[in-house]
Each structure stands twice: as structure tokens, then as C-alpha cells.
Design a protein around this ligand. Sequence first.
Ligand code: CP
Ligand code: NVA
Length: 316
Amino acid sequence: MTRHFLRDDDLTPEEQTRVLDLADEMKRDRFAYRPLAGPRTVALLFDKPSTRTRLSFSVGVADLGGSPLVLDSGSTQMGRGEPLEDTARVLERQVAAVAWRTFSQADVENLARHIGVPVINALTDEFHPCQILADLQTVREVKGFLAGLTLAYLGDGANNMSHSYLLGCATAGMHVRIGAPDGFHPDEVVLTRAREIAEGTGGSVTVTTDAREAAEGADVVATDTWVSMGQEDEKEDREAPFRPYIVDEALMAAARPEAVVLHCLPAYRGKEITAGVIDGPQSVVWDEAENRRHVQKALLTHLLESSDDPESEPET
Ligand code: CP
Ligand code: NVA
């Protein structure tokens, strides 16, 4: 069996903890694990811009003894309509794993169905699961544990970060509160799945249009851009509905005094978050960005270990 990481709930609660533990270990001892020694190559495919994901995967793969191959999918034959199934057959004979940033979740799922090496979702319109692993590692570093903590996410409840917080934090046994305007609430199917996971882990899921109610007593306050990649044409229309959800000093006063602030970045100061908050003492966003490397190294190691590795099987 080949293991993939396409959504946050592709890891069980136990596996999520194992990946976070391994990420902490890798952060302490950067070159201790070399599962890609050879070097074996990991393909990093991008259909959308990226700073952190590109950097953290490239450096992380090299840390693991491997060789990163960053490709803009548009410059490959994928961009000219070569069937995904054919690309999958070509890729699996060359690389140990693939991370793909693209628009449609269905496309990463389709690639995973046709390929014999792990596929990692490096962000789709629907989910950003690698980011949530980094966020969980960051919160755990500060708080020492995750289960039982309350995370409030303010802003676009229908975007990839909101959906991934719902699934990933529910898996960690956290209480997730989404504060978002009408018309920008999470997908019902994702909400139902998050509630189902939370029932098993002791977490919970709430959605409200009241920003203050969402933030009240929260241990973690998170936000994201109001205009995700691919939504640039809606930029002006997205301003007014989201303005009441800005993470500013007044909103932070509703959270616990020791609450930490997350933002996956890039951040737009004065839009979804004030400069005072993101650059202030409660912000852990730079640790969060660094932790992308550590968790993705741990994730790659876990997926490779728990997959049948075609390179270690006898030739038939
Ligand atoms: N947070 C994040 O995924 O950043 P990039 O878009 O820069 O990769
Ligand atoms: N929701 C944002 C996340 C960026 C890392 C986007 O999809 O553009």
C-alpha cells in the first residue's frame, strides 16, 4: 500500500502525534534521519506561487539526504494536457515522493490513485494540511499539549486553511471555532467529518458569525488572507464582509491573555491582522513558518516508512 497525505484526516490521531514527535526530534537534530539518502529525488510541483512551501520542502528533502526537484507544472507537459495517469506512471519510476500545490483537490486525489509513491498535498483550494501540522507543532511547543485547547480561526471560513484547521485540530482533540461571515462558512461535508473526528478525540467544532464569540477565551487565535490564490478577481468584494473579522488588539483582548497568534503567511497587515498583533509578543508566526520544514521532513519519513517502497522490493 502507498500512503498519501492529501487531507488532514489522512493521519489518525496516533499518527499525527507520531509525526509531531518526530518533527520535534528533527528540529533538535537536523541531520539525524536520512531516509532519502542516495540521494533519492522528491518532485515538488507548483501550479500556484509559493515561498514557504517551496523553501521548506526543498531544504527539508536535502536535510533527509535527498534531492528536491522543483517544477512549475505549467512548464511541464501537465500544463499542455498530458493525462494525469500518464504523468503518474512517469513520475513513480523517477521519484520517491511527490508534493503538489494546485487548485483542485480532485486532481491531487486523482494523482494519488494512479501513482505508486506517496503524494503530499502542498495546498489546494480545499485544504492546506502541511500548514496545519506546522501550526500544531508550534502550538505544542508553547503550550506543551494540544488536546483540550481552543483554537479560534477568523476570516474566510470556506477556504483551505479553515477546512484544514477543522480536520487537523479535531484530530488533535482541540476545540475549533470558526468565526466567519454568512456566505463564507465551511463546507458542510468537511464540517460533518470534523465533528465525527472530534467525537472520537474529545474535541469540538463550532461555527459562528460573531468574531468576538469565536475568540472568547481562546488559547490560539488564527487568521489567513481574505483573498486566497485564484480569488484575485474578487478582491474588492471580499473586503467589506471580512472587515469585522480582523485580528486586532480589541479581538485579542477577548482571547486568553496567554493566547498565541498564528498566520500561515503571507500576511496583509491592516487587512486580516494588524501590524501590532502579528509583530507583537503573542505572535508565533516565524516559528510556524520554520516548523514547515521540520513537520514535512517528519511527514515524508512517516509516509515512506509506512508505504511499500517499490525500490526495496525485488524485481519481477
Ligand atoms: N504558508 C504557505 O504555504 O506559504 P507559501 O504560499 O509561501 O508557500
Ligand atoms: N488561503 C491562502 C493560503 C496561502 C498559504 C491561499 O490559498 O492563498
